[in-house]
Design a protein around this ligand. Sequence first.
Ligand SMILES: C[S@@+](CC[C@H](N)C(=O)[O-])C[C@H]1O[C@@H](n2cnc3c(N)ncnc32)[C@H](O)[C@@H]1O
Length: 367
Amino acid sequence: MSDAEPSSEGCRHVRVLELFAGIGGMRLALSYAGLDVEAVAVEVNQQALRVYAHNFGHECLVNRDLCGLSAKWFEKQACRIWTMSPPCQPYTRQGNVRDAEDPRAKPLLHIISVLREVANPPEAIVLENVRNFENSESFARLVEVLELRGYHWRSFLLSPRQFGFPNARQRFYMVAKLRPWSSRIPAMPAVLRQSCDGEDVDKVGVFRPWQCLGPCSKAHAFSSTAAEPDTWQAASDLVARAEEARDLCPSCERSAPVPDLGRTGSEEMASSVGSRDCRFGRLTAVSDFLDSQDNGACWLVPEAIMQKESARCFDVLQGGCCHSLCFTKAYGRYIDGTGSVYALPERIAEPGPDMAGTMKDFFGILR
Ligand SMILES: C[S@@+](CC[C@H](N)C(=O)[O-])C[C@H]1O[C@@H](n2cnc3c(N)ncnc32)[C@H](O)[C@@H]1O
């Protein structure tokens, strides 16, 4: 996007079609990358759009099912970038993996057919999904259209930890551009889905990890010259240095292991409990992301859960910790593999008289 118009603050202005917009994560990511984003956000869920409006304002919100939007409508938006986080349920290995047969894959398949049809396809496309998407029929159909329309694409398995954020959430990312990639960015291997056994992800062109971006605090510094080979190299070096750091977590003196990018999120979570091998001393602390005003007792882990034997498996964090596990839909209902809990600096509630069990002492502290 090197010829995007600079705004008054020096950021490059770009009109983005944010498909499956949710609460606006993609838009936020693009602004972190240094773009001045004007988004058209399409989202079927009203509640998500309310949060989106709270975050970014009410302009250009489209509360529609994507499947009902024509190729003509897409063209009319005149957006140079399309972003999309399609529903992951058709592809997640925790589900039935019905792929293109799953009704929730329909809107993505619709976008693929729109992409085939539009006279002026976007200059760039960014897609995010779960790991295993790269093995799907839906992905194969997307790649077929991208190649037909002349896109150059790259895909990656990445976790926020690699960018300085204290959270493990491995995801699949794909970036497609009409312009060729810089020669410093590794070439994509051929897509060999037929011979892929689902484990050897490199065969489907997934780099693990692709170390082009620096830690988050540097994102703005890099953004103005992101296409320069020297900058890529500098960013890559920074990440390599962060990888070398082997400090224990400065707060709890233990942590999750370095993410093994060849495993699933839940396997990664399972192996992190109790590990003392930590490399996260240089990352941002969890407290940087907490609202200091919000000390509400309503978020405390309830007595009924604290009494369960499995409560001893909680991944407990303090504010100074530089790691956390991925939050899932099951958060609060199950204990294993559903994300970390936070230990308040002071107890804010006492356990009831009937409460027993080893976690009694922690009641009123964990939330
Ligand atoms: C994985 S989430 C996207 C999360 C988003 N990246 C964010 O930052 O919040 C998928 C979103 O797609 C929306 N969605 C699913 N089917 C849709 C459809 N047919 N049309 C429009 N939005 C849809 C869901 O409501 C959900 O918010």
